[in-house]
Design a protein around this ligand. Sequence first.
Ligand code: NAG
Ligand code: NAG
Length: 426
Amino acid sequence: MIQLFPSMIRVLALFTASSTACTTSTDSSCTPSGPVAARQLLQTIPAVLGREDQASHLDTQSLSDGVALRPHEGGPADVIQVDVALKAFFGADLHNEAWEGDLVLMLSWHDPRAAGLVPKEHQTRTLSQQQAQKLLWTPDVEVTNIELDGFQVISTSYVVSLDGVVNKTQRVLVKIKEDFDGKQFPYDEQALNVRLASTSYMVDDVQLVAAPGTNLTNPGAEVFDHSDWTYLGHGLTVFEEMTGTLRKSRAQFQIQLKRDATPYLSYTIFPEIMIVVLSYTVFLFPVTPAFAMPRVSSAVIAFLSILTISTRTTAMLPEVRRGLVWMELFEVTCKMLLFSVILLNILVEMVFHTWQQPELAVQLIKELRLGFPVVAGVSIAACWRAAGTRLELCCQLQRCGLLLVLVMFLISVIRRSRKYAALQEK
Ligand SMILES: *[C@@H]1O[C@H](CO)[C@@H](O)[C@H](O)[C@H]1NC(C)=O
Ligand SMILES: *[C@@H]1O[C@H](CO)[C@@H](O)[C@H](O)[C@H]1NC(C)=O
């Protein structure tokens, strides 16, 4: 009897708390005020009395809201079933490393005390966020990898059923910080991650598990119909993470996507190839003093145009690239080809005007007309062969190869020029 006395006080405190909650709020839970309050009380009493032995350390303060304790307080961790669905996708920003979407978060847990909230003649009862905060225990599961201010709740509802299962369904607009790997841009594949964890409970208290039907909530390809992305697959994994005393059970929802490179092909890659082709035309001009200026200016203008286009590409790439990006490899190749055109052009002009060997100059232009398309074609095609870790290697090979070809050509020009000069002297 003496042992029961403290619990009676708690029950009394609970009763006064629930009755004051009902007189102050006007929600539907309170219309059948008497029976609901009584039933809620009845649901709570066994939980309190049954764990009297462990409950001695629980203060009356937390019990007075009746819901502050988790269902298995002092016992095993509470299991929360989680599921995430992507309702809409608003695009991924590789440069700022974030993506935006419309998510539905679904949580489900078992709390026998909550069954008391269901009106007598009903099977379930729906609660709003405000009502649930007053009447229910919630595991505080939130999205943890959001950007600053990147979380906006559209709707939240709690459905309590008679068997004590609480389902929380929340729709949110999120902006999520992502660690994108842009190395293969624009032929990259990315993963969008939504990470969930309880913001107040550690792994000993709250454990997340994937809801049984998780793989059924397919985000579907149609979510990505109006974006540059093709849907590849998705999954939900649950794991534990220990960082010092931060020991959390986390759930990670992941969607794999592949970028559609067509827009980048038409806006950046093809124009750059066209500029390289345009620069080649300087070798087609007649080798006469009248065409010296057009030849040099065409090559320089082509070089300036490609610099302009590449500033636009740089704006699309991530700030921190951790190495070379495919797009940069391609642009560097184009720039190197254009720069070679300028240098070769000046060489031809030098042979013609400075060294006074017009026949040799004509011969050189003929060789360049055939040789340049071959070298340019091989270099540009090599970009498409480079993938993964071979990007850097390919870039170095290309640079060395091009330099080697240029040096060999220069040496042959000098030797021929000497021979030519010797012939002229005779
Ligand atoms: C709660 O969610 C589970 C799936 O997680 C579902 O099977 C069940 O029908 C839902 N209950 C209610 C009352 O909506
Ligand atoms: C979903 O499917 C993946 C593989 O397709 C599997 O590894 C995972 O366990 C499944 N998840 C659930 C909750 O069934």
